[in-house]
Design a protein around this ligand. Structure first.
Ligand code: NDP
Length: 386
């Protein structure tokens, strides 16, 4: 029998919801490109419920306990003596979400001799030390595509929010004011601007598709080039590197995974090559940008705005400088955890567990590390230090 340790974010401060703003969510069965949404044998939750917080338990308890497995759910993941650290030594499976990551460092993996599977209930497994997982034979899997469109929608929202100066203008209303000039002195149209994405995978391509009707000039860079038909359809300009692309752009959106190739990419040097007054949107991972270089670029006006929802560490400390830097549009890490996305990643987590517990293969597209090497999506999109 397996012990499954599930690390989730806390319930709402007002308690676990008894009702919701909407009665249903659209049923998404297939993603762009044809991949099917998760196909577990069954689910024990109603799509649209809060599943990502501790009381939601990703809807897993009755499924696991009915088969005799043990499920431990906690939000206590950091600091000496955390429940995560206490439970880890005899845990077989760790489930964690990037929004509230259980950092599975090499030290923690070394202290978890039973650990066989680390599931990311979402996308982005950089909170797991992939080299250590490879070394210790731990399989790493994530629910590929489950929230890619959720994030793409958030990116478009944040681009428009920054360029049109939405947040300060909203604040004027809340504060009882009406100074139009206060609002519009930093407000522009997106139309005609040059927008580039670093990475055109599932999220990056969805962002490009959503922005095309805004009559902008679209750019991208990626390790693999998109099919010519897509480049033509969206009128894309391909660049061989981020360094080559960013000087041409008014808006840059980062949509690559965090791995050794992308860590620290947006440092002082690259930011200095962007047009003065550019906007940078990062919903990928905080460490792809240099924390202090971003603050400096906003203070000097080199960047006109920075928005995103990814921080390091998470949760971000109260004094994190990105909370107070000028002209930012940060949110906590929420873009991939809408109630719509939760239904998909809870179902995907269950699908992965059903496969693993039955000894049948996990879908190749869900795999990041397997059999002591990068596998599936991991082999395509990640790199290791080794
Ligand atoms: P995909 O795997 O579909 O796409 C990632 C893309 O990044 C691939 O096209 C890959 O290239 C490309 N890439 C990798 N390394 C580089 C590099 N050095 N330079 C340029 N491109 C690179 O993943 P998604 O689009 O679904 O997600 C992307 C990332 O977004 C996730 O890894 C995660 O970190 C983040 N994310 C954030 C969420 C949030 O809530 N804020 C939720 C979901 C994801 P190729 O495969 O062609 O080699």
């Amino acid at each position: 029998m397996a012990k499954i340790l599930c690390v989730l974010y806390d319930d709402p401060s007002t308690g676990y919801p008894k009702s919701y703003a909407r009665d249903e969510i659209p049923a998404i069965t297939r993603y762009p490109g044809g991949q099917t949404a998760p196909t577990p044998k069954a689910i024990d939750f109603t799509p649209g419920e809060l599943l990502g917080s501790v009381s939601g338990e990703l809807g897993l308890r009755s499924f696991l306990e009915s088969q005799g497995h043990t499920l431990v759910v906690t939000s206590d993941k950091d600091g000496d003596g955390s429940i995560l650290d206490r439970e880890l030594p005899d845990t077989d499976v760790v489930i964690s979400q990037p929004f509230w990551p259980a950092y599975l460092t090499a030290e923690r993996i070394a202290k978890a001799p039973n650990l066989k599977l680390a599931i990311t209930a979402g996308i982005g497994s950089d909170h797991v030390d992939l080299d250590a997982a490879i070394e210790h034979g731990v399989t790493v899997a994530e629910v590929t595509y489950c929230n890619s469109i959720s994030v793409a929608e958030h990116v478009v929202m944040m681009i428009l929010g920054l360029v049109r100066n939405y947040i300060p203008s909203y604040q004027v209303v809340v504060n009882g004011g009406w100074n139009i000039a206060d609002c519009v002195q930093r407000s522009y149209d997106l139309e005609g601007m040059h927008v580039g994405t670093v990475a055109a995978g599932r999220i990056g391509t969805a962002v490009l598709r959503r922005l095309a009707p805004f009559d902008v000039n679209l750019h991208y860079t990626d390790r693999h080039r998109l099919p010519e038909s897509v480049e033509r359809e969206l009128n894309l300009t391909f660049h061989t590197s981020a360094a080559e692309m960013v000087p041409h752009c008014d808006v840059v959106t980062i949509n690559a995974p965090l791995h050794p190739e992308t860590e620290g990419l947006f440092g002082e040097k690259l930011l200095a090559t962007m047009k003065r007054g550019s906007y940078l949107i990062n919903t990928a991972r905080a460490k792809i940008a240099d924390r202090d270089a971003v603050v400096k670029a906003l203070e000097s006006g080199q960047l006109a705005g920075y928005a995103g929802d990814v921080w390091y560490p998470q949760p971000a400390p109260a004094d994190h400088p990105w909370r107070t830097m000028p002209n930012h549009g940060m949110t906590p890490h929420i873009s991939g955890s809408s109630l719509s996305a939760q239904a998909r990643y809870a179902a995907g987590t269950r699908e992965i567990l059903e496969s693993w517990l039955a000894g049948t293969p996990i879908r190749d597209e869900y795999l990041i590390v397997d059999g002591g090497r990068l596998a599936g999506t991991g082999a395509h999109s990640y790199s290791t230090r080794m």
